[in-house]
Write a protein that binds this ligand. Structure first.
Ligand code: TLP
Length: 360
């Protein structure tokens, strides 16, 4: 279902779900939104969005922020002190794609830990916690990512996630959840977001990815956490005044769009099954359970960047995340026919490469 009055049939854009454009319903709601100055706390539509987000996540309060990056970095700032370490998976967004703000804004270092499919377990986390010795930088926070973007949209089993949170709390450590795509995780697990994220101290989630809003993310947590987060949002220049025009689209994203994410997941599985048959490509299609697939192209003899460039010439956009891996992300602006076109384009490009198997 293309979301726009002006479809772009010639382009199949699988670079990210961030490229989704607001639906006609969102655009109408934006035009009609009741607004006020949100820095004074007087924008009724922002207040409604924050109230709904807190309710849906079973939390005391929520804060509307311009981006996922700002939400994560504010949370990290609230939870830590300069000179501390933050444990995260080695491919985590907070570590690799947020402009070294762990160091720049919070004065902390990442303590990255590798994990199969990006899914940390308590034993791996525990080994990365700094010993309580005065000459060692202390661990200040554990940050988890669900779904895990660069590991291929993988999902934390609820018991693994809860186990890390409970044991972290016993060790006196807070847990932040980068839940940019937590609604995708909830869809894959068939559980409500509150149930799969409730044990983290704070959660950031995005309205502007699979949920289709043009802009915006939310932070949820305790009242005290959100009060402090609001201060840091202002320091970063994230006080947005009549932001109700954005929150109006966000409310539709939050209330209505989670129900359609299963369609994106089915499309991703379809693409993964097709890619796994193409000589020279390596991916385990059985691990694709949300809307992101990451596959290895080394067996084609081409770099991911070369392949993406050639695909673009055929109207198919994908992202090279390093020289051997391509990421494709399904979303509401690419239907099954678009996925078929993407597969055919990859087949045409790589079909003559060396077959190296379907593992990894
Ligand atoms: N991810 C983007 C790129 O930055 C890689 C994408 O195309 O997937 N957490 C996670 C897990 C994310 O995937 C992203 C964006 C963010 C945080 C940041 O959100 P924004 O882009 O709103 O700052």
């Amino acid at each position: 279902m293309p979301s726009q009055s002006e479809p772009r049939p010639s382009i199949v854009d699988l670079r990210s779900d961030t490229v989704t454009r607001p639906t006609p319903e969102m655009r109408r709601a934006m035009a009609e939104a009741e607004v006020g100055d949100d820095v004074y706390g007087e924008d009724p539509t922002v207040n409604r969005l924050e109230h709904r987000a807190a309710k849906i996540f079973g939390r005391e309060a929520a804060l509307f922020v311009p981006s996922g990056t700002m939400g994560n970095q504010i949370a990290i700032k609230v939870h830590t002190r300069p000179g501390q370490e933050i444990i995260c998976e080695e491919r985590a967004h907070i570590f690799n794609y947020e402009m070294a703000m762990l160091a720049h804004f919070s004065g902390c270092l990442a303590r990255p830990v590798p994990a199969l499919d990006g899914i940390l377990t308590w034993d791996r986390v525990e080994r990365a916690i700094a010993p309580k010795i005065y000459y060692r930088a202390q661990t200040g926070l554990i940050s988890l990512e669900n779904t895990h973007n660069m590991a291929g949209g993988t999902v934390y089993p609820a018991e693994v996630f809860n186990d890390i949170c409970e044991r972290a709390h016993q060790a006196g450590l807070p847990v932040h959840l980068d839940g940019a795509r937590i609604f995708n995780a909830a869809t894959a697990l068939g559980k409500p977001v509150a149930q799969i994220s409730g044990k983290a101290d704070s959660v950031m989630f995005c309205l502007s990815k699979g949920l289709g809003a043009p802009v915006g993310s939310l932070l949820v947590g305790s009242r005290a956490f959100i009060d402090q987060a609001r201060v840091y949002r202002k320091s970063l220049g994230g006080g947005m005044r009549q932001a109700g025009v954005l929150a109006a689209a966000g409310l539709i994203a939050l209330e209505k769009m989670p129900a359609r994410l299963a369609e994106d997941h089915a499309n991703a599985k379809f693409v993964a099954a097709g890619l796994a048959q193409i000589p020279g490509l390596r991916l385990d299609a059985s691990k694709v359970i949300t809307n992101i697939l990451v596959f290895n192209v080394a067996g084609t003899g081409m770099t991911s960047f070369d392949i993406c460039k050639k695909l673009a010439e055929h109207g198919v956009l994908a992202s090279g995340i390093d020289s051997e891996h391509i990421r494709m992300v399904t979303h509401m602006d690419v239907d099954r026919a678009g996925c078929t076109r993407a597969l055919e384009a990859v087949q045409a490009m790589c079909g003559h490469g060396r077959r190296v198997g379907a593992a990894d």
